[in-house]
Design a protein around this ligand. Structure first.
Ligand SMILES: O=P(O)(O)OC[C@H]1O[C@](O)(CO)[C@@H](O)[C@@H]1O
Length: 620
């Protein structure tokens, strides 16, 4: 394996970086001090209970483990002089870069050294390939000094986000055994954490002593579910993108001549686009999830945008900003089908140049209709999860191209009588990914690092570190660990509810919730955004002062306090159980059912025994 010799080298820091390096993330009370109380909750099932059997079969050693809560120790425990044995841990950047990743390493390191100065943390240089090839760097205070609260993943670097094939899994296992590791911390998003689950299972199966723990680090914000509220990096990336978008908005309104088509990273889900839209308030926003839900065709999308352009022209406005998500292209039904055909041909090892001639007749027709630059991008080799390389497909340019053609057509036909349509395109992805992390991401990552260490110290395998109640200040966060298998599901080929799940259980990216409060907020403001140029200027990331604690809007408007409410819900269920008995009145039953519906999702995943009782109440 060839390695970049500059990785992990001490960097010369700028004045701002030096100031950032001094930021000391706060720890929630439960993580302060040497002692910690570990409390085991109910055993878990999976996010989609219809897949529970499949997950249980694939993960016999790690399925069904309980939720774990880390709590402030009681007085006696806190005063006891604990001797923690030294441990050896490895840490690897597996997923794509995301601001804050370095602080996970710092958090693990500080937590280990607080418990025992003899503990050793090893970082794998060059990401997963460094793991396979056993290339390590011992993490020390000195080595960390240039990377605390800094952007990028350049302390250790990363390569392919995959620990997937038998060779890769075996290589990882042999490294962990050679290094006599008690734990391995895998930093990444949905793909990396699915791999972490597989690794944990395989290690358990082979009696390998290394326990595997995953950390939700991804700019996409898509590793989000009943347990995990957000991912490390999402806040920073949304702040940087929102600043860029709002700059473009002000530029557009100043001259009044261009439509800006902006695509933001975020992979298959549109969380980044939704958050940025709420922060910067551009004229139009198209999320992949709404297109998939309404089954909008490319033609319908173009027609909607053109209607918007025309409505603005009627008000003498010839500028505007349109925001789209990276995954939009895959959400358009006919494009999805075309991409699927291309993916299958790729998987069958058909060379890129031969793919067009092997498409079905309808896919050929669509392919030929698309402008040449998009055709080329659709054929690019696949991403590590065998899907299209979304970052490389210039969907914003495709839309701009088709909108211009349609506006010209409307003009020719006398349906549009405004000025000629003119566009500029942007893709905001890499610019934000390397940013200095916000306070929120610095603190979140550091806290998760600490939780990882406590998971490993408790001897747990196949878990993810997470925190809840994060819309509140850090001192109110709650810290916990969830089995990776509890977040898994299996894809269905058809979207109909009765469709049988097929394929391997993995952690899937969660889409934007179209029933959620954040999306409702966007819809509520959509017409005003379109016509009123309601642009908002959040500005650059603030590290000090009143703006430094601003959190993602989508995090603060959604009520995700599941863990905190679980006790309440369990008490509630107990009460319902006592009043809803065979023979009780219809009104009592109806009232119980309607008030229960909001809690059933939580109960479903939090506790298998409780979930088993739900059919009694006919809630499904
Ligand atoms: O171009 P790269 O670095 O391979 O990665 C791009 C992908 O990584 C992400 O930034 C993070 O998953 C996606 O939004 C994007 O599609």
């Amino acid at each position: 394996m060839s390695m970049n010799a500059d990785l992990g080298k001490p960097r010369e820091l700028t004045g701002l970086q030096k100031r950032r390096a001094l930021h000391q993330p706060e720890l929630p009370p439960c993580l302060q001090g040497k002692a910690i109380r570990v409390e085991f909750g109910d055993s878990t099932t999976t996010i989609d209970p219809t897949c529970a059997n499949m997950v249980a079969q694939e993960f016999p050693n790690t399925f069904g483990q309980p939720l774990v809560h880390f709590l402030k120790p009681n007085k006696m425990d806190a005063q006891a002089n604990y001797e923690h044995p030294p441990i050896r841990v490895g840490v690897v950047f597996s997923g794509r870069q995301s601001p804050g990743g370095h602080n996970v390493i710092w958090g693990v390191y500080d937590a280990m050294k607080t418990q025992n100065l003899q503990s050793v943390l090893l970082g794998f240089i060059g990401g997963t390939e460094g793991l396979f090839a056993n290339q390590t760097l011992e993490i020390t205070d000195d080595a960390l000094s240039a990377y605390r609260n800094q952007g990028g993943f350049d302390f250790l670097g990363r390569t392919v986000d995959q620990i997937h094939t038998t060779e890769q899994v075996n290589a990882a296992m042999s490294t962990c055994c050679d290094l006599d590791l008690d734990g391995l911390v895998i930093i990444g998003g949905v793909t990396s954490n699915s791999d972490a689950a597989q690794l944990a299972e395989t290690f358990a199966n082979h009696n390998c002593k290394t326990k595997v723990v995953g950390v939700p680090v991804s700019l996409n914000g898509d590793l989000k579910n009943q347990f995990v509220e957000t991912t490390v990096g999402f806040d920073t990336v949304c702040k940087v993108n929102s600043q860029l978008i709002s700059n473009v908005c002000l530029d557009a309104i100043s001259a009044g001549k261009y439509y800006h088509f902006v695509r933001v990273m975020g992979w298959k889900a549109s969380h980044v686009a939704l958050e940025c839209a709420l922060q910067s308030q551009p004229n139009m926003v198209i999320l992949g999830e709404e297109v998939a839900f309404s089954k909008l065709t490319l033609k319908e999308i173009i027609s909607k945008i053109c209607d918007g352009v025309q409505a603005r022209a009627a008000q003498e406005k010839y500028h505007g900003v349109l925001l789209i998500s990276e995954g939009l292209i895959e959400s358009i039904p006919e494009m999805f089908a075309l991409i699927q055909e291309i993916n299958i041909l790729h998987s069958n090892k058909v060379p890129e140049n031969n793919i067009p001639s092997q498409l079905s007749p309808w896919a050929t027709a669509l392919y030929n209709y698309l402008p040449p630059f998009i055709r080329r991008e659709l054929l690019l080799h696949q991403d590590s999860d065998n899907s299209a390389q979304l970052s490389q497909i210039d969907t914003e340019q495709l839309l701009a191209h088709l909108v211009e053609a349609e506006m010209n057509k409307r003009m020719k036909e006398g349906k549009y009588i405004g000025r000629k349509f003119s566009s500029v395109c942007h893709f905001f992805g890499y610019q934000a990914r390397g940013s200095l992390p916000s306070n929120f991401d610095c603190d979140y990552a550091y806290v998760l690092g600490h939780i990882c260490m406590h998971i490993l110290a408790a001897g747990l395998n196949g878990y993810m570190a997470f925190a809840t109640n994060m819309k509140e200040p850090t001192n109110k966060w709650r810290c916990a660990a969830v089995p990776l298998t509890a977040m898994m599901s299996v894809k269905r080929h058809s979207r109909s509810p009765g469709a049988v799940p097929t394929g391997k259980p993995v952690i899937h990216p969660s889409p934007v919730d179209l029933q959620g409060k954040a999306y409702a907020l966007l819809r509520e403001k959509a017409s005003s955004f379109l016509l009123d140029d309601f642009y908002r200027t959040p500005g650059g990331i603030q590290f000090d002062g009143s703006g430094a604690d601003v959190k993602p809007i989508t995090l603060t408007v959604e009520d995700q306090d599941y863990l905190g409410d679980i006790k309440l819900l369990q008490d509630y269920l107990e009460k319902v159980r006592n009043i809803v008995k065979p023979g009780c009145s219809r009104e009592i039953l109806k009232a119980a059912i309607s008030s229960m519906s909001s809690v059933k999702d939580v109960l479903k995943v939090m506790s298998a025994p409780f979930y088993a009782e739900l059919p009694l109440f006919n809630l499904n």
